[in-house]
Design a protein around this ligand. Structure first.
Ligand SMILES: O=P(O)(O)OC[C@H]1O[C@H](O[C@H]2O[C@H](CO)[C@@H](O)[C@H](O)[C@H]2O)[C@H](O)[C@@H](O)[C@@H]1O
Length: 265
């Protein structure tokens, strides 16, 4: 993550509750992003943590994160075992690699020569077939083993909205930005619950449940900067709150339009 992107994400998180929801293990994402203002959901949302909140609902002064929710915690021993087994099975497949993401395991084939990627998929399929409580999902040049629980990036997003007490708030709009196949779960959830909208990051036109598309991370940064500017305007109802669940108000009032208008700029 560039420093410019980190700065703008920090500014967004200081204005509104902001989360990173990723397929990676949570601590990897935290180490990569390095922002204590955020909520983090690793393992496709199966490992959720956020900043410590004090009794008044304000963000505490410490840097420590509070682990808030791990809906597949009991799967951890099985996932550890699957990681070892997959390493064993794929050690002869050139270019393959296996990654432990806490509550799921990724088998990568991005660097496989020729048709070797098919061996990766076959190995994962065979392993998953031996366990009724596991399923295989696909990402970009990666297949993953996940617990068969009804939990994904979309349910994690809904959980955060509920847990932060925002579900009943009028005029709250959740915005989810993502570029991966697995982000479609969150786009779909927002569309179905009408809690907000998704933004797909892609240079190619493709089927998506996201309402909008932007080309690349530079466009995402511009959009987030627009959100930060809008947050300073009188149109932002959160400005009336002294503090709330991990964000605090700062910056001066400025004329601005809504998030959707920022999207279209
Ligand atoms: O954060 P997400 O969009 O949910 O991505 C989750 C995956 O992230 C990592 O894979 C991605 O980066 C790899 C290179 O570092 C690339 O080969 C892969 O195509 C990308 O999806 C992570 O390695 C995977 O385990 C996660 O599933």
């Amino acid at each position: 993550m560039s420093e410019e992107m980190r700065d703008v994400v920090r500014s967004v998180a200081r204005a509104f509750p902001t989360a990173i929801i990723s397929g990676r293990g949570r601590e990897k994402v935290e180490a990569f992003v390095q922002l204590k203002e955020l909520f983090y959901a690793g393992s496709h949302g199966m490992d959720i943590a956020g900043p410590r909140i004090d009794a008044n609902g304000c963000q505490g002064s410490g840097n420590e994160f509070v682990t808030a929710f791990q809906p597949a915690a009991h799967f951890r021993p099985l996932i550890d075992d699957i990681y070892i087994q997959l390493q064993q099975r794929l050690k002869e497949v050139p270019g393959s690699s296996v990654e432990h993401n806490n509550f799921c395991v990724s088998a990568h084939f991005r660097n496989c020569p020729g048709e070797a990627w098919q061996d990766v998929i076959s190995a994962v399929e065979e392993l998953v077939a031996q366990h009724d409580d596991l399923r295989m999902t696909r990402g970009r040049k990666v297949v993953e083993v996940r617990p068969k629980v009804d939990w994904h990036k979309g349910t994690a997003l809904s959980h955060l909205v509920d847990a932060l007490g925002l579900a009943q708030e009028p005029d709250v709009v959740a915005i989810y930005v993502g570029d991966d196949h697995t982000d479609e779960d969150a786009f779909r959830t927002l569309e179905e619950t009408r809690r907000g909208f998704g933004i797909l990051v892609s240079t190619r036109a493709k089927p998506t449940r996201a309402r909008y598309t932007v080309r690349d991370p530079a466009c995402v940064k511009d959009f987030l900067s627009g959100i930060v500017e809008w947050s300073k305007s009188d149109n932002n109802g959160w400005r009336a709150k002294p503090c709330c669940n991990g964000w605090s108000m700062n910056g001066s009032a400025a004329a601005g339009s809504g998030p959707e208008e920022a999207m279209q700029q």
